[in-house]
Ligand binder design. Structure first.
Ligand code: SAM
Length: 280
């Protein structure tokens, strides 16, 4: 059952239910069916798959995903919107609308599904980076993600050392995943029109890591601290973030052949990994 709504239908549903869309929840709904079909053409979903959709809204993607896969868990934070979607899909017993904040879902939810899932979603712009970080933490539970995200977030994820956009997210996505941009989307296909352009990105966790990460949890906690003060040189950043005397930091970075005047975004990934091991 296709649950897509045209702009006129969407406005009618919002009015009927007294819903005012909230910017802080990134509520920009897809209103172009052709673009929706194009996006889903990259999804590679089969009847065997369990799909977890993040932020289904009123169902622009959900109904069609449900037609293609085995089971859908659609996680929507907005209570009223989740209720409406639940009602629209009440005859689809393999679709479960979960009224929750995706950022609050725990590992137990994913481990209860018993197999790796596919992730989809037109992510709420306001928390897209936080959701992507959570996907990295949960990467053992999914084998493919197709997400729509703001272009500037995608540029950070795909940046390499030396790019001004290179940051902790670039490190995590490069170390743990393969990702590519498959489609660029103008703001005009959403209601309301967002301030940013979007891209559709395909992400797959790497089966074999190029770099060995000794303690993943510590790695995820520590790398952001290296990127906190982008304008400061690395000597000052590390000394203030890790509260270590500059003399000791200098010895560490010289050992790793990192120039004290470098900025965090200029440091290669293998050196960041070694820095984390030494500093933590
Ligand atoms: N999938 C729909 C579409 O394409 O039209 C809606 C996409 S809209 C960009 C993002 C949706 O995510 C909204 O429905 C919003 O209420 C929901 N949302 C916002 N923050 C969320 C969160 N932390 N967890 C789950 N859903 C969230």
């Amino acid at each position: 059952m296709d649950t897509f709504l045209t702009l006129t239908e969407l406005l009618a549903v919002l009015k009927e239910n007294n819903i005012v869309l909230e910017k802080k929840l990134g509520q920009n709904f897809l209103i172009d069916r052709n673009v929706r079909d194009k996006i889903l053409s990259f999804a590679d979903i089969t009847r065997k798959d369990i799909v977890v959709e993040i932020g289904p809204g009123l169902g622009a993607l959900t109904g069609v995903i449900a037609e293609k896969c085995g089971t859908v868990y659609a996680v929507e934070k907005d209570r009223k919107i989740a209720e409406i979607l639940k009602n629209r899909l009440k005859n689809c017993s393999h679709v479960h609308i979960i009224n929750n904040d995706f950022l609050k879902l725990d590992e137990q939810f994913f481990s209860s599904l018993k197999e790796k899932v596919k992730i989809t979603g037109n992510l709420p712009y306001s928390v897209a980076s936080l959701i992507l970080f959570k996907l990295i933490e949960l990467k053992m539970f999914w084998n493919f993600a197709l997400v729509m995200i703001p272009e500037d977030v995608a540029l950070k994820i795909m940046a390499i050392p030396g790019d001004k956009n290179f940051n902790h997210m670039s490190v995590f996505f490069s170390v743990f995943t393969n990702c590519s941009i498959c489609y660029r989307i103008p703001g005009s296909v959403f209601f309301p029109v967002p301030d940013v352009k979007s891209v559709v990105m395909k992400i797959t966790p790497k089966e074999k890591l190029e770099y060995q990460i000794k303690d993943e949890k510590l790695f995820l906690e520590t790398v952001p601290k290296i990127f906190v003060h982008r304008r400061k040189n690395i000597l000052n950043v590390l000394s203030s973030s890790f509260r270590i005397d500059k003399k000791d930091i200098l010895a560490i970075i010289q050992h790793l052949q990192i120039e004290p005047s470098m900025r965090s975004h200029q440091i290669e990934i293998n050196k960041i990994i070694k820095l984390v091991e030494i500093l933590s």
